[in-house]
Write a protein that binds this ligand. Structure first.
Ligand SMILES: [Zn+2]
Length: 356
């Protein structure tokens, strides 16, 4: 990689569209919260979080993720991690971010005695203070934990109660930056189509549909996400590469894929970055964005992800500039806001690329 490419990546104005708040807590903040809650049972396991070399599989990864979820136990904790994420954004020149939160689990699991209004209060305080101090903008996607809706053997029984609760929270949060609902967790045995009614209602109420698909399951899961859930974007979606018809559909309908290369490697979707379909997806004409998913769990950052991609596929700064533009174009921002951010990218381009 050219010497100055990483420096350029750092200053390039960009958006991040696929990142989980719980997986973006810096190690300094993890330590601070671990100390605060050192009297609680789960804190003993937190040492695990200092040793994040590899995950055996998706299930193993989820156990780390659950630990991070347990760390957030008060409105102030949510305000702190949101604010600190805002600080991290500006260090990387991420001007705008759509952040996924596993809202249901925080309220209904782990016996935290947290109410929805506690969390919303914390998120909003952190978001406003970060906007004021760092000049960045954060909006939220509330996630539905997909596998909790299915029970029994085959046929599996579907119960929509949790999804309906998440939708209710998202609607209440619309005034406080909640822009969409997502679908997360293991896709195996938890297909998208039973969630159709919930996503339809959400869309009618002005929320966007941003499900995970095509990560732990193949192209069928993506077909379900775009046809049944009318996805505005797909989190991951990398396995679309396995289905040419699906690729054409994504291109024709201009449905973006929010790709997280390091996450895909860490969770063993691909043995190496060279075998990752990023380049093929880009070449095919699908609108793709680069993201970090759970940067603190993967020991990565958004700038690292740009660098990994550049190094693996010999992308030049002009390509990375294109991906930065994609990140704003694929966002849920209104057109005027998109144009304002894209203007920042163009200004950067004039200053930095005319002298290269
Ligand atoms: Zn994700």
């Amino acid at each position: 990689m050219k010497q100055n490419l990483f420096e350029l990546i750092k200053t390039l104005p960009k958006a991040e569209l696929h990142i989980h708040l719980e997986g973006a807590i810096s190690s300094a903040v993890i330590q601070k919260l671990a100390q605060k809650y050192s009297h609680l049972e789960f804190a003993r396991e937190l040492e695990k979080l200092q040793n994040l070399a590899t995950f055996k599989d998706f299930k193993d990864f989820r156990s780390y993720y659950r630990l991070c979820m347990q760390l957030l136990r008060s409105a102030d904790d949510f305000a702190l991690v949101t604010y600190e994420y805002g600080r991290d954004m500006i260090v990387q020149n991420i001007l705008y971010s759509e952040v996924y939160i596993s809202i249901y689990q925080h309220i209904h699991l782990f016996n935290k005695s947290l109410s929805f209004s506690d969390i919303l209060d914390g998120l909003e305080r952190g978001r406003q203070k970060a906007a004021k101090d760092f000049g960045i903008e954060i909006q939220w996607i509330f996630g539905i934990p997909r596998s909790r809706h299915f029970s029994g053997n085959s046929p599996k029984v579907f119960d929509p109660t949790i999804a309906a609760t998440v939708l209710e929270y998202a609607l209440q949060g619309q005034e406080y930056g909640v822009i969409g609902i997502g679908l997360g967790g293991n896709e195996v045995n938890a297909p998208p189509h039973p969630f159709k009614d919930i996503f339809q209602k959400a869309r009618k109420m002005g929320l966007r549909s941003i499900p995970h698909a095509g990560e732990t399951s193949g192209a069928n899961s993506i077909w379900g996400a775009i046809n049944e859930l009318e996805a505005d974007r797909i989190c991951h979606g990398v396995r679309a590469i396995e289905d040419k018809k699906l690729l054409k559909e994504l291109i024709d309908r201009q449905i973006p894929l929010d790709i997280c290369p390091t996450s895909n490697l860490m969770l063993n979707l691909y043995p190496s970055i060279k075998e990752h379909p990023f380049f093929e997806l880009d070449k095919s004409g699908v609108l793709i964005t680069i993201n970090s998913d759970d940067p603190s769990l993967f020991g990565s950052s958004l700038c690292d992800e740009y660098a990994v991609i550049a190094r693996a596929f010999n992308y030049e700064i002009n390509d990375l500039l294109r991906f930065a533009k994609n990140s704003f174009n694929a966002s849920c921002l209104a057109i005027e806001a998109k144009e304002n951010y894209l203007y920042e990218v163009e200004k950067w381009e004039k200053v930095n690329l005319s002298v290269l």
